[in-house]
Design a binder for this molecule. Structure first.
Ligand code: SAH
Ligand code: SF4
Ligand code: F3S
Length: 514
């Protein structure tokens, strides 16, 4: 997803969590070292919360700000759709807004803290403002913080959980009329917003998210998501395919299908059970020129059938985000991840044999409860075995109500967690650099997403393997596939020279002939 070209003050940098792409969970950006932070900001523009990027007329103007993962970004597009249907307009200027909605994330403590600071600032504005002004909290913090937000801190007018967005217009009207806070944090077993047409208000017109399932049943010991988003449920196949077809008609060239455990998707269509491998295949058949990605997959659901879809379908990207979380089997067991180190490594091997050249990224947690130095070393050694192309790395943060919070002690001292995380980051940076260096001299097919952040004379786009490439603009444009010879790199970005336009089909045929 592209940016809206909207600038915030540097202070607001630290609020950022929202992102363009694959699982960019950067709540923890403040604990990355400066150089890496800069690289990540440069390459991925992970620099600020997402907010309404276009304006639309309405009786009341809403400013919508999103924190968290891609699911939240996708949910905000649903929220925009619901509100527009009820006569609300979107604004990108917070000062102009009658309503400010914050779509929140609860994944780590600092994510919540940032939102609360932000709400404090909004509250100050509300106090000082003459006219009516409403503040709403949406998303993953809604359920847990409802009491605090409403009663103790009296911060907000509306609280709506992730399954209550259809109710937002009613909640806003109620709060407006009564002057009292209006709340709906009920989680649903069915809601998938399947019939709603997301308003892609911050889109670059090239890549889009398509949400295909919601919730999570996995109950990993550290994770708050099953509590904030409720039970897993999958969206009907036909509504997914028609949304993708519409995107293609509108000129989109890439979709990322989304779910918390996206590859556990299953939907019974009449008498036929559709699993994720089949769904992905069918999504990829909507157009041969549409790149298809997905996020986030769980190793337990990464089947041979799914890997074969990657291998068979030229437009399913040769890239898998496969969070491992840790490299030690005992820790994985305590994390309740349902696989061992050895099984995970066999899966990586299997994927490499079925899909030659496949790129991997992962998520890693440093300093989980009871983690010993030797167990931490196992994470580093697993990283050396896999050599991930990219990773998202976090310091363990205890979340209320989770299995870990109830059963284990958060006993790794913060300075030790920090040091271990830094070791993981340093190693990953070396691997990312090596991976990029291996690409120097090769030719990559890049889907152009827009102008490079550093210079209007350069374009940026992604390879099939999800690497960012920057090259001279010449006469190329956003939305085109361009073959680019890679000439140089940093650990975060490839640099190259454009060789000519191409199509995904032409590239697939060329590879088959070769
Ligand atoms: N559903 C996805 C990701 C969910 S959250 C999946 O299962 O892969 C994204 C990442 O945040 C997780 O993969 C994990 O690495 C990290 N994370 C989740 N809870 C955390 C916690 N309590 N402390 C630190 N990191 C956490
Ligand atoms: Fe959280 Fe685990 Fe579900 Fe991912 S799979 S959302 S880490 S419980
Ligand atoms: Fe955060 Fe909720 Fe996503 S907790 S990571 S916004 S699912």
């Amino acid at each position: 997803m592209g940016r809206c070209g909207y600038t915030r003050t540097p202070l607001w940098f630290s609020y950022c969590l929202a992102t363009d792409r694959a699982m960019e969970l950067i709540n923890d950006i403040d604990i990355l070292d400066d150089e890496l932070r800069k690289e990540r900001l440069d390459s991925d523009e992970l620099d600020r919360p997402k907010m309404a990027g276009h304006e639309s007329e309405g009786q009341r103007q809403v400013y919508l700000e999103t924190y968290g993962c891609q699911m939240n970004v996708s949910d905000s597009e649903i929220v925009a759709s619901v509100l527009q249907e009820h006569g609300y307009g979107l604004t990108r200027d917070e000062e102009e807004a009658d309503v400010v909605l914050i779509n929140t994330c609860a994944i780590r403590e600092n994510a919540e803290q940032k939102v609360r600071t932000r709400l404090g600032m909004l509250r100050a504005r509300k106090r000082d403002q003459d006219g009516p002004f409403m503040i709403g909290v949406l998303g993953c913090m809604a359920e847990r913080l409802r009491e605090k937000l409403l009663e103790q801190e009296k911060l907000v007018d509306v609280v709506a959980g992730p399954d209550a967005y259809r109710d937002l217009p009613t909640l806003l009207a109620e709060a407006d009329e009564s002057g009292q806070a209006a709340v709906n944090v009920q989680l649903s077993k069915e809601e998938t917003y399947a019939d709603l047409n997301p308003v892609r208000y911050d889109s670059n017109g090239v890549s889009a998210f398509v949400s295909i399932m919601r919730g999570c049943d996995n109950m990993c010991a550290f994770c708050v998501v099953p509590f904030t988003r409720g039970r897993e449920r999958s969206r009907p196949v036909t509504t997914i395919l028609s949304e993708v077809a519409q995107l293609v008609e509108e000129g989109y060239k890439e979709v990322t299908v989304l779910g918390q455990n996206v590859n556990s998707y299953h939907y019974t269509d009449g008498s036929h059970d559709v699993n994720f491998a089949e769904l992905l295949d069918r999504v990829s058949q909507v157009s041969p020129e549409l790149r298809v990605r997905y996020s986030t997959s769980h190793p337990k659901d990464c089947s041979d059938e799914l890997l074969r879809v990657h291998a068979r379908r030229h437009n399913v990207c040769n890239y898998i985000h496969l969070p491992v979380q840790h490299g030690n089997t005992d820790v994985l067991d305590r994390m309740r991840r349902t696989y061992t180190r050895e099984r995970y490594l066999r899966l990586i091997e299997r994927a490499r044999s079925i899909c030659p050249g496949v790129a991997f990224s992962t998520d890693l947690i440093a300093g989980f409860c009871g983690e010993t130095e030797a167990q931490h070393q196992d994470t580093l050694s697993l990283m050396r075995e896999v050599e991930y192309d990219h990773a998202y790395m976090f310091k363990y943060s205890e979340r209320p109500d989770t299995y870990a919070a109830r059963k284990y002690e958060d006993d790794v001292p913060d300075d030790v967690k920090q040091r271990r995380l830094q070791e993981i980051i340093t190693l990953q940076r070396a691997h990312s650099l090596q991976s990029n260096q291996r690409d120097v001299g090769t030719v990559a097919t890049v889907l152009v997403e827009g102008t490079s952040k550093k210079s209007d004379d350069q374009l940026r786009g992604r390879t099939d393997t999800n690497k960012m490439v920057v090259f001279d603009r010449e006469d190329y444009a956003k939305g085109e596939y361009v073959n680019v010879r890679i000439t140089d790199c940093t650990s975060a970005t490839l640099l190259g020279e454009p060789l000519g336009r191409t199509t995904l089909q032409a590239e697939a045929e060329r590879l088959q002939v070769a």
